[in-house]
Structure formats: C-alpha cells, structure tokens
Ligand binder design. Sequence first.
Ligand code: AMP
Ligand code: MG
Length: 394
Amino acid sequence: MPQLPSIDEARATLLAVVRPLEPTNVAVNDALGLVLAEDVSAAHDVPAFANSAMDGFAVRAGQAGQRLRISGESRAGAPYDQTIVDGEAVRISTGAALPAGADGVLQIELVELDGDEAVTLTEAVEPGRNVRDPGTDLRAGAVVLRAGTRIGPAELGVAIGAGRQGVLAAPRPRVAIVTTGDELVEAGAPLQPGQIHDSNGPTLAGLAARAGAEVVGRGHAVDDPEATRAVIAEALDVADVLVLAGGVSVGPHDHVKPALTDLGVEELLWRVALRPGKPTWLGHRGDQLVFGLPGNPVSAYVTFLLFARPALNALQGADATVPRTRATLAVAVPRHPDRDECVRVRRRADGSVEPTGPQGSHVLSSLLGAEALAIVPRGEGDLPAGSDVTLEPV
Ligand code: AMP
Ligand code: MG
C-alpha cells in the first residue's frame, strides 16, 4: 500500500488550494473576531494631549511647601482654558488635559486643602510628575496593528484609539456542517436501540465559530445515496466551506465520497497517516473547500483542528497554523507503527504532559481538560517518558 501523507503533507496539499476571501470594509464596532486585511496606523498621537495620571492639582514645577491659590479646574472633557502662573494650582481629574503653564500634577493625597480657595503642596513637583505625554501609547503614523491580525478585544480598542471608524477585514467564511448516519438523533432525544446523540454537529459548529467562521447551515443526511447527495448539494449552495462528519469510509453505508464526486467536488486526498483520523477526505470545488471528516467524535474534532482550522485561518488571511510548542512526556506512550498519533494531553505542575485518559477515537471525554494534542510520531513500542513531543494547540 502506498505511504499515506503525514499531517503536515496533507495540510500543505490543502493549503495550496486555499484562496483568501475578498476583504471588505467593516465598521470597527462590528469587527470583533475578524482578521485585518490592512495595517492600521495611528491617525494621531494617543494620548493626543498631555493629561493627568492622577486626581489632584496641576501646578508649575518646584513649589514644595507653597500655598497656592486654586484658580480653576480641568476636568476630563472640559479643559482649563487659561494659563497657570506662579502661585496658582488647578484642580485636575485623571485623564483631564494638563493646563497650559503647568508641568506637573500632585495627587490629591499629597496636598493640604484650605477650603476651595487654596492648597499647600507637601512634596516638590518635578516637571512631568504624573503627566502622561502625548504619543506615549500610540505615535501618530506608527503601524499599531498588522494585516493578518485577528481582532480581539484589545486590538479593537487599539484600532478605535488609533482613530478608526472602519477597517478592511476578511469576511467570516460561511461554513455548512453536515452530519451523516441513520443512528443519529438530536440532543436530548430518547435513544432507541442503536441510536446515538449527534454530538459532532454542534461540536464542529462550535469549532468553526471559534475559528472565525459563520455557520450558515446545519444539515443531516441519513445513510442513503440520494439523501446524502441532496443535503450536500444544498450545503454547497450556501457555503464557502463544507464540513461533513461520518460516511467517508468504504463501508456499504458510506455515501459521502460518491455524492461529492457527483457534485463536482474534486478530491485532494483521502486518508492521512494519522490516529485518530485516518479516513479524512479533503477536496475542493473551485474555491469551495470540503472536509469529509471521520464520524468518530474525537477523530472529527482532531481532524477539524489539524485541517479545517488552518484552512479557515488562511481563508481569512491570517497565519494558517497556530504555532506549535514542545514539551516533555511525563509517562511512556504507546506508538502506532505507521501513523502519527494526536494524544490529548494535560500539563502537570512541572510542565511535562500526560494523556488525559483513555485515547479511543470514541472517547470524547478525552478532550475534557486537554491543553494540547501531543503528536506522538509513529514507531515501534513505547515512546519513553522524558521524550520531547510537539504540541498542537487545541
Ligand atoms: P462513520 O465515519 O460514519 O463510519 O462513523 C464512525 C463512528 O462515529 C460511528 O460510531 C458513528 O456512530 C459515530 N458518529 C458518526 N457521526 C456522528 C455524530 N454526528 N455524532 C456522534 N457520533 C457520530
Ligand atoms: Mg456513518
């Protein structure tokens, strides 16, 4: 039998056909979770004006012990509109503009107030004390966010601070999820003999959403060639990416591959030297991507992370892969002779990793508490404790 592609070979084959989606202008307030398609630079210094880091009094430097007349107030949003002269102090709030003539602020705790009239400084005020200078957060013209960055809450705040009302960003890839199998029933439905609850549908939808996609359709096909074809055809009408679970093996009740071929989806590869997830099928129809993931819940989850996630990232113009890290195996792990295995691992206090528990491809609970997939390379016998392994983030 010819050698199956490795995880990374399969990924490379897939990513070679991914064409990023056309970016659009999006109101920055709606951009959370999207990937920037342009660099964002600061339209102006942030802060734009010198302002106070404290509630207190703005004064001219070097007047410790002096009693100063309170000549007014600078509040956030309502600056003091005159120039401070020697002998004067201006009440100031955090974030309020430093009045002209002032060069420092003494916080409220370090002054003695004499009613509303005057204030005595208990410490010297050197120039710049408690002053936030313009541009100390963002410098006018400087690139503050790079194209390819996913906009999280912090990036959103920085883009708005940089003066943006809109940003050029990739749209969310439209993903359809199709489950297959006569045995599947909806969550909560009472189980007749041989039935199981469809966990893959909602779980894969969750993974897709977490990868920045919009789930535009959820379908189910019973194990029948016509039904499978009809559900897939409908999904391909609305989706950039179709994720199928189950039915991609070679059993008499696996109808996904013929249906895809019939609908003009071209096979990129079928089967990867991977456990769990060997029967993974990857294909495309023009720019549409199709993932025929194995039905076993862990296999579906793992292969989504290994293949669908990078493709969704690439469609959005982000780095396809999440950087991998390395760790030491706390215990020996059995190796598969000719497939690389993705072992769900958690971290021990010393930083080493251990399997979360039994690793069967049906043991979905092995993903609970899993901090990564440790890639245990194929080989004979155990990979001994103390070995260095590569971790794919979950
Ligand atoms: P298949 O790839 O269709 O041969 O399915 C492999 C295994 O995964 C079988 O035990 C199925 O019952 C199970 N399975 C398939 N689809 C789902 C699903 N949507 N949710 C949970 N288990 C599934
Ligand atoms: Mg099936």
